[in-house]
Write a protein that binds this ligand. Structure first.
Ligand SMILES: *Cc1c(COP(=O)(O)O)cnc(C)c1O
Length: 373
């Protein structure tokens, strides 16, 4: 019996009637792009997290690109991003013509390291070639980046949160979506809040950027749809995705509790034999991934594969060593933690519907692969 890495079918079986009804409502009314479900979703998301406004969009990548465009970030500007992340974080920066400056991460939380951010901002100022314009910390694997620590270091350089992996997470009573002035997320199917296709959203703590973002989302349109007042993109979310997301949002908090229970069972079963994910006091991870650090990672992954336990490596190459991004970084040895993690991380199956017997089998198999019982 093979174990799925993420079980979207279990979730669909649970929500089938409601999701099917929502989808059929869209088929009946026929307003497929920016239809009523899109507005409903934006309002539901804003209420859910407690922010001023939400602008939905076509992907998590667009959710990063659109605020960069709205802030008019471009050539000559430096945007600070972690190197240990999914490529889209840095790609968005290059797409608007700015330069990513790679920052190292903390080895326990996998999130942006505040000491290295300070060093990198100072280095850019000292060099004088680029202007520090933005910091994009990433809530890697679902755990919110340490915004309270990063903010004073960033100073007058604004922060955009890449929360593509952390929808549903929180720090104390503050939900992801409210931890930075602007937050970008993704609704790619495998993310904690996933659609049945591509989608994304931008969360705003005040309304000042709202009009600019809705304009950019539709080709930079002005009040007159055919007088475009700025350069935009086609960044619209479709109504079918919004319809699906509305039903999934309704169970998101409950799914967070289920994910937390899975993470606790992994912790209890593995913390004596492997480096389990670091916890941060008062911070609730959305557990997009449950990621171990292992010195014999590749060997363990191979053993698990043979035993029918799927694993994944997020991410095998830090961005500053990837072909298209090398020119922006300092090469091998420049970001030692990111480079080390790339060789040590191994993510285990994680989703809200992972049952106890299956999880026990995974834990036992990992222990065996590590030569422990
Ligand atoms: C998935 C992801 C994105 C991009 O989201 P898409 O919806 O796939 O465009 C951006 N940043 C991070 C950290 C991600 O994990």
């Amino acid at each position: 019996m093979s174990i799925p890495f993420i079980d979207l079918q279990a979730q669909y079986a649970r929500l089938k009637d409601r999701i099917d009804a929502r989808i059929h409502a869209v088929l009946d009314h026929g307003r497929f792009i920016l239809g009523p479900e899109v507005t409903e979703l934006e309002e539901a998301l804003a209420t859910h997290v407690g922010c001023a406004k939400v602008v939905s969009c076509a992907s998590g990548t667009d959710a990063l690109v659109m605020p960069l465009m709205a802030m008019e970030i471009g050539p000559g500007d430096a945007v600070f991003v972690p190197s240990f992340t999914f490529v889209a974080t840095a790609e968005a920066v290059v797409l608007v013509g700015a330069e990513p400056v790679f920052v190292d991460v903390d080895p326990h939380t996998f999130c942006m390291d505040s000491g290295d951010l300070q060093a990198k901002i100072q280095a850019v100022r000292d060099e004088g070639r680029l202007t520090p314009k933005l910091v994009i910390p990433v809530d890697l694997f679902g755990l919110a980046a340490p915004y309270a620590m990063l903010e004073p270091i960033a100073g007058n350089v604004p922060i955009l949160a890449d929360a593509a992996q952390s929808m549903g997470g929180a720090v104390g009573k503050r939900k992801v979506g409210t931890l930075a002035p602007i937050t970008a997320t993704s609704f790619f199917p495998a993310k904690p809040l996933g659609a049945y296709g591509d989608g994304g959203a931008i969360f705003l703590m005040d309304e000042s950027m709202h009009e600019r973002l809705t304009s950019i989302r539709v080709h930079g349109m002005g009040r007159d749809k055919y007088d475009n007042v700025r350069i935009g993109i086609n960044g619209r979310l479709d109504s079918l995705q919004a319809a699906v997301l509305l039903e999934k949002l309704a169970v998101l908090d409950e799914e967070m509790e289920l994910r937390e229970a899975v993470a606790r069972r992994y912790d209890a079963g593995l913390q004596d034999v492997a480096a389990v994910p670091g916890r941060v006091k008062d911070s609730q991870s959305a557990w997009a991934q449950y990621t171990l650090r292992l010195s014999a990672r590749d060997q363990v992954a191979a053993t698990l594969r043979e035993a029918g336990v799927p694993t994944a490596i997020y991410y095998p190459i830090p961005l500053h060593l990837q072909t298209a991004y090398r020119k922006y970084g300092g090469g091998e040895g420049s970001l030692p933690v990111s480079e080390r993690l790339a060789g040590e991380v191994l993510s285990l199956p994680m989703h809200p519907y992972l049952d106890v017997p299956t999880q026990d089998r995974i834990i036992a198999t990992v222990r065996e692969a590590l030569g422990a019982r």
